[in-house]
Design a binder for this molecule. Structure first.
Ligand code: ATP
Length: 433
């Protein structure tokens, strides 16, 4: 299974080690962003500040891959610079004075501006203390060498790569390498991030990095539920999230989410089926998560939900999936009537049904769920409570009962129109007399 970007990423091998990447910027980014970067570099220069493009976009420019998430770092004051830039592009800004960062928004574009900073970690897993610093210090706090590169944007430095940690060589050699041996201890979310880049780019964790990784896997327990969930959400947005989970199982990372999760061929097959079903859009996070949690028993699912502090809607999908799983035997009954299928499924959310139809080993159960989702759930009766009262049904529980019987008859194809419904109710009323 190759990533869709496979060909582009292979370009890294032949990546020119030129001293200036302004051509790559020009070729790979839309004109509007290129013009913006020129202008931003000029303005920073007149303010006596140095401005850089940093992080993932630099990595992807070098790989020949478009990435429109511009992250800019300024040796100076990001909020003041953003305010000045805003006037030139007639955009909006949002600011975070505590971190001295700003986001610029105009047309369909958004650019993050950060004041170069150093970080110190008082305790593993906690968010770091931040103080203004130089670009070098800013790059030195980053996760991997391939993400710790910058390009100058000031006049005279425009497009000049700044690569103090050998990120370009690691890109060429397809390696994920941390900047120092305590990187995973400082911030164990980098364990998940490392796996995500490794699998997305078809790279490898560099030998020493792999050693630190294995040594520090247990540091994952220092990471809060919210930060862990964010990493999992990022993984689920990858083109092939299962690759990350399979590697996570291999390296003892997956059990930190729950010991009974599977990162194996079964998961790969189910994620692939989910993609086929959702095509052309990628599957929603809820469907992927429901499949990931499928091997868990009900109580285990609840533990998994709190491990990630999943928001209500996602948690409900997982709870429904587990509840519906226990009904899959019945769902696989040959010759189950449409109304029987309806009764078994009506209480559950659609992603939980899709997850079960993908995960079940029974083609009959799968077809029944398909029938519900494509046809049965849209079948409604025409008569209302008022209609029934007009026909002589007594108000109270009888109305509901009759409506349910009508719906059953509609689902099972015994009646097909409003007139049929009226005739059937009439026959029941006559029998009662
Ligand atoms: P992606 O391609 O997945 O969007 P990205 O490289 O743009 O990846 P972001 O999560 O947007 O990643 O973060 C931007 C940059 O911030 C990264 O390139 C990296 O340099 C740095 N970074 C993000 N998270 C961490 C972390 N936990 N530790 C150190 N540096 C980080």
């Amino acid at each position: 299974m190759g990533s869709p970007n496979h060909l582009c990423y292979n370009l890294a091998k032949d990546m020119p080690k030129r001293l200036n990447l302004s051509q790559e910027i020009e070729k790979q980014l839309p004109g509007e962003l290129v013009n913006f970067m020129w202008m931003a570099g000029e303005i920073a220069h007149t303010r006596g500040e140095k401005l850089y493009l940093v992080g993932g976009v630099v990595r992807d420019l070098m790989l020949g891959q478009a990435n429109l998430d511009l992250d800019l770092v300024v040796e100076g004051n990001a909020i003041e610079l953003a305010q000045q830039l805003k006037k030139n592009i007639k955009g909006k800004i949002t600011t975070h004075p505590r971190f001295n960062t700003a986001k610029l928004l105009w047309d369909n574009w958004s650019v993050d501006l950060t004041t170069a900073r150093t970080e110190t970690y008082e305790k593993p897993g906690a968010l770091p203390q931040i103080t203004p610093g130089s670009l070098d210090e800013d790059l030195g706090r980053r996760d991997f060498t391939i993400n710790a590169m910058a390009l100058g944007l000031n006049p005279g430095l425009y497009g000049k790569p700044i690569d103090p940690h050998g990120g370009r060589d690691d890109l060429k050699n397809k390696l994920i390498r941390v900047l120092h041996e305590n990187s995973f201890i400082d911030d164990a979310t980098r364990i998940w991030r490392g796996l995500r880049y490794e699998q997305r780019l078809d790279f490898h964790l560099e030998k020493k990095t792999l050693g630190f990784f294995k040594r520090d896997v247990d540091m994952l327990k220092t990471i809060s539920a919210d930060r862990t969930r964010y990493e999992i959400e990022c993984i689920l947005k990858e083109p092939y999230p299962e690759k990350v989970f399979i590697r996570a199982a291999e390296l003892g990372v997956l059990p930190h989410l729950h010991p009974n999760l599977r990162g194996d061929d079964w998961l790969a097959e189910k994620f692939e089926q989910a993609r086929k079903l959702s095509d052309p859009a990628p599957p929603e996070a809820g469907l992927y998560l429901a499949l990931l949690a499928y091997p868990l028993a009900k109580e285990e699912t609840e533990r998994f939900i709190s491990r990630l502090r999943l928001p209500k809607a996602l948690a409900q999908i997982l709870i429904d999936t587990a509840a519906l799983k226990s009904k899959m035997r019945l769902m696989a009954t040959p010759g189950l009537s449409p109304s029987g299928i309806f009764r078994l499924l009506e209480a559950y959310s659609s992603p939980a049904m899709v997850a079960n139809s993908v995960a079940t080993e029974s083609p009959t159960a799968s077809q029944n769920i398909h029938q519900y989702l494509t046809r049965l759930k849209y079948i409604e009766i025409s008569l209302t409570g008022d209609d029934l009262i007009k026909m002589g049904v007594t108000t109270g529980p009888e109305i509901r009962e009759i409506m349910e019987r009508l719906q059953k008859a509609r689902l099972d194809g015994e009646i097909a129109s409003r007139d049929d419904e009226m005739a059937l109710v009439q026959s029941w009323l006559t029998k009662q007399e």
